[in-house]
Design a protein around this ligand. Structure first.
Ligand code: DP6
Length: 331
């Protein structure tokens, strides 16, 4: 059977940084994201006995070896086990944005793959089961199954059955919320989040400080979203992102994702905020900054951001929809 799914990416307001179980991907801390309109992955999956091995095409390139292919095949194996089948699959997937520059392509990628492949395998998973499946491909993908504002609860069970993405509020709850993604680099980053968080847990003296304070950020941002309190959500999200970067910058060897254009944006957003503009930033494991604001300021901010040296593009995202199956197949 052939099925196609489309999933939006997400950006965390309270970050996931560290695993308590690497095998089935369980986080050390609960975290919160906004699903983005605008950055998405579309994936078509077909299982058939005609295929002698799994074939994967990503952004018009056949994957013949490497870690990406291994991760996708491992995920298909998981789905085959759940469905009690052995047929190999053809997977064709397309992002509408550059892969792996801190734009969370693994989030939309594994959410779309999980939905398309589970449907194609004849599994009819509910949202929670789908999120648990997506989580095992990439942690942040557990949040892209849902739309709007989403929490990924760390859970306490060893089998991960209580660790999944859960909607805090749908997109309609706060339609004025915006994230302006500034593109300063589109090349693939040298250190993936997976390796970065592992190294941080092992060697950063500040990781304990992260663990000691992230729960409070989680509670504050969660309530701020429900209250639609922009300054509380923005201020806490910005602090949380900087704390995450402080932990990775103090590992051995250090991980510094920022480049001069990144720094220019960070300083500018702080300066604009100090002079009265309602704006904050967040930043993932990459050089591209996301500026948080409300609809009323988006035009002015976009203009200011685009005028900064080194900014290639500024893309405005709104709270986006949940992952969905669609009729139009990619092959
Ligand atoms: C910095 O979900 O890409 O974007 O679970 O190892 O695949 P794996 O990691 P991934 O990590 C995302 C880290 C982050 C923060 C976040 O999205 O919460």
């Amino acid at each position: 059977m052939k099925k196609t799914a489309k999933a939006n990416s997400n950006i965390a307001l309270v970050k996931y940084w560290g695993k308590r179980n690497e095998q089935i991907i369980l986080p050390t801390n609960s975290n919160i994201s906004m699903t983005l309109s605008g950055f998405n992955t579309t994936t078509t999956v077909e299982f058939s006995s005609d295929y002698k091995q799994d074939q994967v095409e990503l952004n018009e390139q056949n994957l013949s070896e490497g870690r990406e292919l291994e991760q996708i095949v491992k995920h298909l194996d998981l789905i085959r086990r759940q469905a009690g089948m052995e047929e190999k699959a053809k997977v064709v997937s397309k992002n509408n944005f550059p892969t792996a520059a801190g734009l969370a392509s693994s989030a939309s990628g594994f959410a779309a793959l999980s939905l398309a492949a589970s449907k194609a395998a004849g599994l009819n998973l509910d949202k929670k089961e789908l999120s648990i499946l997506a989580r095992q491909g990439s942690g942040s993908a557990s949040r892209s199954v849902e739309g709007g504002f989403v929490e990924w609860l760390k859970g306490s069970k060893e089998d991960g059955s209580d660790s999944f993405g859960n909607q805090i509020a749908p997109p309609e709850h706060w339609p004025e919320f915006r994230m302006i993604t500034t593109i300063v680099a589109t090349e693939e980053k040298k250190i993936k989040s997976r390796a970065g968080m592992k190294q941080t847990m092992k060697t950063s003296p500040y990781y304990k400080g992260w663990l000691d304070t992230v729960e409070e950020d989680f509670n504050v941002v969660r309530k701020g979203i429900l209250d639609k309190n922009f300054s509380v959500v923005g201020k806490t999200a910005q602090k949380n992102a900087l704390k995450m970067h402080a932990t990775m910058q103090t590992t051995l060897p250090p991980i510094i994702y920022w480049n001069p254009a990144t720094m220019r944006i960070l300083h500018s957003v702080i300066e604009w905020h100090e002079s009265g503009m309602d704006c904050f930033f967040t930043i993932d494991a990459g050089p591209n900054v996301k500026v948080l604001c409300l609809e009323k300021d988006v035009e002015e901010l976009k203009k200011r951001i685009e005028a900064l040296d080194g900014v290639k593009e500024a893309i405005v995202c709104e709270p986006g929809e949940e992952a969905k199956t669609i009729e139009k197949h990619l092959f």
